[in-house]
Design a protein around this ligand. Structure first.
Ligand code: 6IA
Length: 147
């Protein structure tokens, strides 16, 4: 069973939480373990993150990132943490899928679009993003983890 690290904005803004929730459920339905299911919770504090130190959260997330077979990042809402995780995962040679909903107000960072190591999929609807996730996970199953 593949382990997927789902990255989505927390302090960058929580407007897209319902998308995160749907995409995380979909990944779990593909017989994958989602290491970061709390990203989709409306009230992330309910996960018990509240009492933890920032260092504890950093170390736990970096351990999960290291353990993951692949990363799925929802990058529509800009987030420093998500950008940082993508860069770290790239250094670890992990497969990374970035999902972005284009709009008149939003253009994805050149540091993401310009990287040759990322799979970027622009989507308009959740089923469209799900199809991209399904294709990405199928390819993982066909290959051994690179890191
Ligand atoms: O810069 P951001 O906060 O938007 O970064 C979000 C990304 O960093 C997510 O993909 C997470 O994997 C990770 N991350 C940042 N903060 C946390 C967190 N608690 N818990 C788990 N993962 C995190 C923050 C404190 C909480 C009580 C609001």
């Amino acid at each position: 069973m593949k382990k997927i690290y789902f990255a989505g904005s927390i302090r960058g803004g929580r407007d897209d939480t319902s998308y995160y929730q749907l995409l995380i459920s979909y990944i779990a339905s593909l017989d994958c373990t989602v290491l970061t299911e709390h990203i989709g919770l409306k009230d992330i504090k309910a996960m018990g993150e509240e009492g933890k130190t920032e260092q504890w959260i950093y170390e736990r997330d970096m351990a999960w990132l290291t353990e993951a077979d692949a990363i799925v990042a929802e990058v529509t809402n800009p987030s420093l943490g998500v950008g940082y995780e993508i860069a770290k995962a790239e250094d670890m040679n992990k497969p990374i899928l970035c999902l972005f909903r284009p709009s008149a107000e939003r253009k994805l960072s050149a540091m993401i679009v310009g990287s040759p190591n990322l799979v970027i999929h622009e989507y308009a609807s959740v089923p469209d993003a799900e199809q991209a996730i399904s294709d990405f996970v199928d390819k993982l199953s066909a290959t051994q983890p690179v890191a």
